[in-house]
Design a protein around this ligand. Structure first.
Ligand code: A2P
Length: 313
């Protein structure tokens, strides 16, 4: 499928990948079957994370796809995974990526992201997380670990997720390898104007999570899929509301990882490249009210450090 060029040498990221975000109700087998189905539908980017628990089923599905000849080799895929907050310490980054690689049955990933600009002193067992487990991240030492991952060939590229302009500015001031990607919430209802401009100027590619508003998750809702303005455009163009939303994201120059484990909908989501939005349609979308869906406070609790990250743009 269509893709975007990244700042790290020779890397291209597919424009549409499959999100595999955790849902306690979704078991590993369901994820494995969905990933295999997505490979058949033409998906080549899979977005995973240690904390999602989806690394193993993603790895199994890819190994199976290779056995079945659905893809010729591992390097046809673009695999993203993320450093969880409990390992957000300099000396734990290499062990953490090695654990993820073992889960994935791979000897490298294509993109390794710092999941959040936050450290947890131990794995959270309940939500909200007790305040004493939440610590600021020491980005200098963590990023040095990330750079080592890339230098060792454990990942082709490194980046971040949920980083604001301010935090990126800080990272850029001392890094040796700049982040290739910032994965953030991006959709018609959270357009990230400042961050988009900042990242464009710095050569940092944006990957959109929750491009459809994460309907069905704890913090997602129906504001995109049920939006009248988007629905009207969809009707006029013979597309679905989801396709209009994803097309809008694509036209921002961002890649995206919509989540669907439904065969028909995952096919629909990757089929957005043979048309474009008119200026009038874009203007209508760009007037929709803005609200961040994925607040960390809903998972971690309304603690000072968490609220600070939520308030960042
Ligand atoms: P399902 O997995 O049953 O398709 P996001 O990508 O923003 O996190 O949104 C994911 C949510 O949107 C899931 O509930 C998913 O449900 C739903 N979804 C994904 N693609 C479509 C689509 N094309 N049409 C309607 N709902 C969709």
């Amino acid at each position: 499928t269509t893709g975007f060029t990244l700042s790290c040498a020779g890397q291209t990221i597919p424009a549409v990948g499959l999100g595999t975000v955790s849902d306690p109700r979704v078991d590993a087998e369901t994820t494995r079957v969905a990933v295999l189905e997505a490979i058949k539908a033409g998906y080549r980017h899979f977005d995973s994370a240690f904390v999602y628990g989806s690394e193993k089923p993603v790895g199994e599905a890819i190994a199976e796809a290779l056995r079945l000849g659905l893809a010729k080799s591992r390097d046809e895929f673009f695999i993203t995974t993320k450093l969880w907050c409990t390992f957000a310490e300099g000396d734990q980054v290499i062990p953490a990526i090695k654990m993820s690689l073992k889960n994935l049955q791979m000897d490298y990933v294509d993109m390794y992201l710092v999941h959040l600009p936050l450290r947890l002193t131990q794995q959270m067992t309940k939500s909200p997380v007790p305040r004493e487990h939440i610590m600021p991240i020491d980005l200098k030492s963590v990023w040095a670990g990330m750079e080592e991952c890339q230098n060792l060939g454990l990942t082709k590229g490194i980046g971040v997720s949920n980083f604001s302009c301010k935090r990126l500015e800080d990272l850029i001031s001392f890094c040796k390898i700049p982040p290739a990607i910032n994965q953030v919430e991006l959709n018609p209802f959270w357009r990230q104007k400042e961050l988009m401009e900042f990242c464009k100027a710095k050569g940092i590619h944006i990957t959109a999570y929750s491009p459809l508003g994460a309907h069905g998750t704890k913090w997602g809702d129906n504001r995109i899929l049920g939006c009248n303005v988007i629905e009207e455009i969809a009707k006029a163009r013979g597309k679905t509301t989801a396709q209009v939303s994803l097309r809008w994201v694509y036209e921002q120059g961002a890649s995206m990882v919509p989540k669907s484990f439904n065969k028909e909908r995952m096919r629909q989501n990757i089929d957005i490249f043979d048309w474009s939005l008119t200026e009038e349609e874009i203007n209508k979308i760009n007037q929709l009210p803005q609200r961040k869906g994925s607040t960390l406070a809903s998972t971690f609790g309304p603690h000072d450090l968490v609220l600070e990250i939520d308030a960042d743009i």
